[in-house]
Design a protein around this ligand. Structure first.
Ligand code: HEC
Ligand code: HEC
Length: 164
């Protein structure tokens, strides 16, 4: 047997190097939360407000939300059982604690996943990121609600939550 070590070493180096670059790219766009990629979820959960990226809440929050759609923050958002379970699976599979990227871990800091809030706007990290916004800003007519992410984050539907 005479296996040359060089091509193997080169391949390993390339793999290592490109994954390091990928990690860097993800770190650079520090607040990228992939937009909902599932059509049914986009359609059904994006009609009253933006379809919130799954990676903004832990799976346990999505389960809680999806099991109480008849009384959804004062609205009836109920769906047939098949759609409900399809959407639940999509959201849970892509939830913050499933995604496990650097910034989703940050978003999950201080969150008790066994008793997680049903609102993104109740996560400790969300609250601290927004604590410097003046009350006047929240009362702007085009904002109306903290949950109206797109009023301030113009690229929210593309997954970016920069300070716009
Ligand atoms: C019939 C309208 C309607 C539909 C359909 C709907 N929602 Fe909502 N949703 C609301 C309202 C109203 C609120 C409260 C918004 C506010 O506080 O300003 C809300 C709030 C939320 C919040 C909390 C936002 C926050 O952080 O404060 C989440 C998460 C959410 N919805 C997820 C979903 C999901 C998942 C679906 C699809 C299964 C869905 N919604 C479909 C009306 C709807
Ligand atoms: C009234 C405007 C406003 C609304 C509404 C709003 N945000 Fe923000 N958000 C901001 C501003 C301004 C910042 C930047 C704060 C800073 O850098 O000091 C911010 C920061 C953030 C960050 C951190 C970005 C970073 O640089 O790490 C995230 C994530 C975020 N918002 C998500 C959301 C989500 C999700 C919603 C809706 C549920 C939302 N925001 C609603 C204004 C808003």
């Amino acid at each position: 047997m005479n296996i040359s070590i060089r091509p193997v070493a080169t391949a390993l180096f390339v793999i290592f190097f490109s994954s390091a670059l990928l990690e860097r790219a993800q770190a650079g766009s520090g607040n990228y939360y992939p937009p909902v990629a599932d059509k049914l979820t986009q359609d059904e959960c994006g009609s009253c407000h933006m379809a919130y990226p799954a990676a903004l809440l832990p799976g346990s929050s999505w389960r809680k939300i999806m099991s109480g759609l008849e009384q959804h923050f004062g609205d009836d958002a109920s769906l047939d059982p098949a759609s409900t379970s399809h959407i639940t699976r999509y959201l849970v599979d892509n939830a913050a604690d499933a995604a496990g990227t650097r910034h989703t871990r940050k978003m999950m800091r201080g969150v008790d996943t066994t008793n997680a809030p049903m609102r993104i706007t109740e996560l400790p990290k969300w609250i601290s990121e927004h604590r410097e916004i003046s009350p006047r800003e929240w009362r702007r007519k085009d904002v109306a609600s903290k949950a109206n992410c797109t009023a301030c984050h113009i690229d929210a539907s593309k997954g970016y939550f920069e300070d716009d």
